[in-house]
Design a protein around this ligand. Structure first.
Ligand SMILES: Cc1cc2nc3c(=O)[nH]c(=O)nc-3n(C[C@H](O)[C@H](O)[C@H](O)COP(=O)(O)OP(=O)(O)OC[C@H]3O[C@@H](n4cnc5c(N)ncnc54)[C@H](O)[C@@H]3O)c2cc1C
Length: 222
């Protein structure tokens, strides 16, 4: 059986492993962090196209069970004036990034995908027998193919193309937290985004969201 080494156990890595499994390709996910990323990141809304993709690999049910419906969005300026309001149609699903990680990792593991945590890829070489990956802890792994799902600062991308453009900081900040007992002014299935010029520089923008259930958080503009 063909074996894929998937670098990164995030959203792309786990979804790829589940998809490959459905066509008979086994995978090992090599994830840099030792934990499952229990509270890393803020809220994330999976729009209809993302849910349709998860449906194709029969992983949508688990995401629905862990999320809230996202049926609408309001955009307000710093003074609270509404700039725009629109329905999200078809609706999306809102959950924390950490919850999406957990659900997809659990779903991959349930289908027999091995997730090796604490394995940070540092190098890979291709040969006749496939690909040999080397990790920061000195270990190595062999596979038929290597999938780079290691996020924004992808090591795999650099190995494939050392001249690939690197991500650059755009000057945007994210402030994020949870609160209970909020004022409850928002509809439970909509989120409100407040855009403001803030901080020390004129190009720093902050976007605050109040998600389903009134829990506030901030996300970077997509
Ligand atoms: C706070 C925050 C809020 C966001 N909100 C939204 C939103 O509302 N809507 C939206 O569409 N998008 C949102 N995003 C973006 C979204 O999270 C990313 O687009 C998505 O996570 C990308 O998925 P990915 O699997 O490609 O990468 P990641 O989720 O970044 O996963 C990459 C994984 O690879 C691992 N890794 C990295 N380097 C190595 C290595 N060398 N070896 C092994 N493993 C490695 C990392 O530990 C990580 O687990 C948000 C991002 C953040 C940070």
């Amino acid at each position: 059986m063909t074996t894929a080494l998937i670098v990164g156990g995030g959203i792309a890595g786990t979804a790829t492993a589940i998809a490959l499994r459905t066509v008979g390709v086994s995978s090992v996910i090599c994830e840099a962090y030792p934990s499952g990323g229990e509270d890393t990141g803020a809220f994330l809304t999976v729009m209809h196209n993302g849910m349709a993709a998860l449906h194709q690999i029969e992983a949508d049910r688990a995401v629905i069970d862990a999320s809230h419906p996202a049926n609408g969005v309001s955009l307000l300026d710093a003074s609270g004036s509404q700039l725009e309001q629109r329905r999200i149609d078809p609706p999306g699903r809102t959950l924390t990034r950490a919850a999406l990680y957990r659900v997809l990792q659990d779903e991959a593991a349930r289908r027999g995908v091995r997730i090796d945590r604490g394995r940070r890829l540092v190098d890979a070489t291709a040969g006749d027998g496939g690909v040999r990956a080397s990790f920061a802890d000195g270990s190595a792994a062999q596979g038929d193919l290597l999938v780079g799902a290691d996020g924004l600062h992808s090591v795999v991308r650099g190995l494939i193309d050392p001249d690939a453009p690197r991500p650059r900081y755009t000057g945007q900040h994210v402030i994020y937290g949870y609160a209970t007992g909020g004022r409850g002014h928002t509809a439970p299935d909509a989120y409100h985004m407040v855009c403001s010029a803030a901080g020390h520089s004129s190009d720093t923008r902050r976007r605050r969201t109040v998600g389903p259930g009134g829990s506030p958080g901030s996300t970077p503009p997509n």
